[in-house]
Design a protein around this ligand. Structure first.
Ligand code: SF4
Ligand code: FE
Length: 483
């Protein structure tokens, strides 16, 4: 049975001997660490919801090759409807976790690899597609979480991969053996990597003819020798060590990122999916980026739903819900959020079949979607902070609230409307703080800017697909200009 339960997933991660560091120390287990546990819970939700009959249609799919019911995160999209369901699934999970649930990167990498390995084989007579399908079958059968790793450190942005002073600033092959390759380098901000079973590495940029060692894509298990992670800091992360529930804002769920080092990692041939075919490296990058830009039209919208709900609730708790400007701000937030969703759905509905048989999003619309995501969540949290009031960042701690001497004063002076407890008011304020400034801000705000490519990356694609000559022709025809 390919569908793992939440518990089976957690057990399976516990068994993998990963090398993880945080605050200068080796972590014994990411599963039990209080800072990392909420991020595991978010991925676990992708397993939990797949078991629930009410979400079956969005969370699972039938794989046409095996006929098996699998988690949609392991699915190859076979129709525009699949692409739409993907976005709806991501919105649902954003709503349930109010954080980054991390598993999409692997799903987007599978779909990009599926069509690109096919195209490479057509061009070069290689057998990457069959290899990849074998890997994918294992992922589906075992319901695995796979980290899709793209972003290299990049060093001097003015120089290409092969021209860097330090050759390791882009992941590259350092040794070729008959049975595989040895790779070295790093991938930055790897979302959910410590909650994954495998990592699937792709190049981060198109490669030149003489950069064959950098045109490498492969998968390795998370306990591969030489692979280790240094967990990234998040704002307010150490609040999770205080043992309370209120001050963290979202005590159950979260996201995580890590600097991931490949220190001479051996990759057997069967897990190599691109090796020196520089021409197709850029295609793989663009396809992955396209899918991941679509993803943001789902996940960020779901988290946005929670932000809007929190802002509307705190307006009630503050007694400001009837003020016309508050009502208007909430409408503005909804309008922005649904605009993001519109382009997520639109780029899916306009999806096209690739030569390999899977479906790819409409490139222009997916890039417009992500470009909007680099802006609207900022405005949405700005409005949430506006409605919440300054107390969101100046309220005393949970310990003060529960202190025998101080608690009564905190309760008395931070009371909003009489019918709502000060504790509940503080809970809602802390949730907004978490989403706008705290640990979840990585996933909602700054990730909206840089995840799936920084704004300029989308503008380059938009300009490429803009077809201004055609638009000029339209204008000239209307104006009856003959040249
Ligand atoms: Fe998924 Fe969104 Fe997180 Fe990317 S940012 S992994 S799309 S939840
Ligand atoms: Fe992301």
């Amino acid at each position: 049975m390919p569908l793992k339960t939440k518990e089976q997933y957690i057990e399976s991660i516990k068994k993998i001997k990963m090398e993880i560091y945080m605050f200068g120390k080796k972590i014994e287990s990411a599963v039990t660490d209080p800072i990392l546990r909420p991020s595991l819970n978010s991925v676990a939700a992708t397993y939990e919801l797949a078991q629930m009959p009410e979400y079956e249609d969005l969370m699972t799919a039938i794989d046409p090759d095996s006929g098996q019911k699998i988690n949609r995160f392991c699915h190859i999209h076979r129709s525009p409807e699949d692409l739409i369901k993907k976005v709806k699934m991501q919105r649902l999970l954003g709503q349930k976790t109010a954080s980054c649930f991390q598993r999409c990167v692997g799903m987007d990498a599978f779909n990009a690899q599926y069509s690109t390995t096919y195209d490479i084989d057509q061009k070069f007579g290689t057998n990457y597609h069959e290899r990849f399908k074998k890997f994918l079958k294992m992922v589906q059968d075992e319901d695995l979480t796979v980290d899709g790793a793209m972003t290299d450190p990049k060093g001097d942005r003015g120089l290409s991969a092969g021209a860097q002073a330090d050759p390791d600033l882009y992941v590259h092959v350092v040794e070729r053996r008959p049975d595989g390759v040895v790779v070295r380098g790093a991938k930055c901000h790897q979302t959910g990597i410590v909650n994954s079973h495998w990592v699937l590495v792709m190049p981060t940029i198109a490669m030149k003819d003489d950069e064959k060692d950098y045109a490498i894509s492969f998968a390795v298990p998370m306990d591969a020798k030489g692979l280790f992670m240094i967990v990234g800091r998040q704002s307010c992360d150490t609040r999770k060590l205080e043992g309370g529930q209120i001050d963290v804002g979202n005590s159950e769920y979260g996201g995580m990122e890590a600097l991931t080092i490949f220190d001479n990692v051996f990759v057997p041939n069967e897990y190599i999916f691109l090796n020196g075919e520089t021409e197709l490296a850029g295609v793989l990058v663009e396809r992955f980026a396209g899918y991941h830009r679509q993803s943001y039209g789902g996940c960020k919208v779901g988290v946005g739903d929670v932000v809007i709900g929190a802002a509307a609730t705190i307006a009630d708790y503050n007694g400001a819900q009837k003020a016309s400007h508050v009502k208007d701000k909430l409408i503005e937030m909804v309008h922005l959020n649904e605009t993001l969703y519109s382009s997520g759905i639109a780029c899916s509905a306009e999806g096209v079949k690739t030569a390999s048989g899977n479906y790819y999003i409409d490139t222009m619309l997916a890039n417009v979607c992500k470009q909007n995501v680099t802006r609207f969540p900022y405005e949405i949290v700005r409005l949430a902070e506006d409605i919440a009031g300054g107390i969101m960042v100046t309220a005393p701690s949970e310990k003060d609230l529960n202190d025998p001497k101080l608690g009564p004063y905190v309760k008395k002076y931070l009371q909003g409307v009489k019918t709502v407890s000060t504790e509940n008011r503080l809970r809602m304020l802390r949730l907004i703080e978490n989403l706008s400034l705290g640990t979840a801000a990585v996933g909602y705000r700054t990730e909206s800017m840089h995840g799936a490519g920084s704004p300029q990356a989308q503008r380059i694609v938009i300009s490429r697909y803009a077809n201004l000559p055609e638009k000029k022709k339209l204008a000239k025809a209307i104006a009856k200009i003959k040249e």
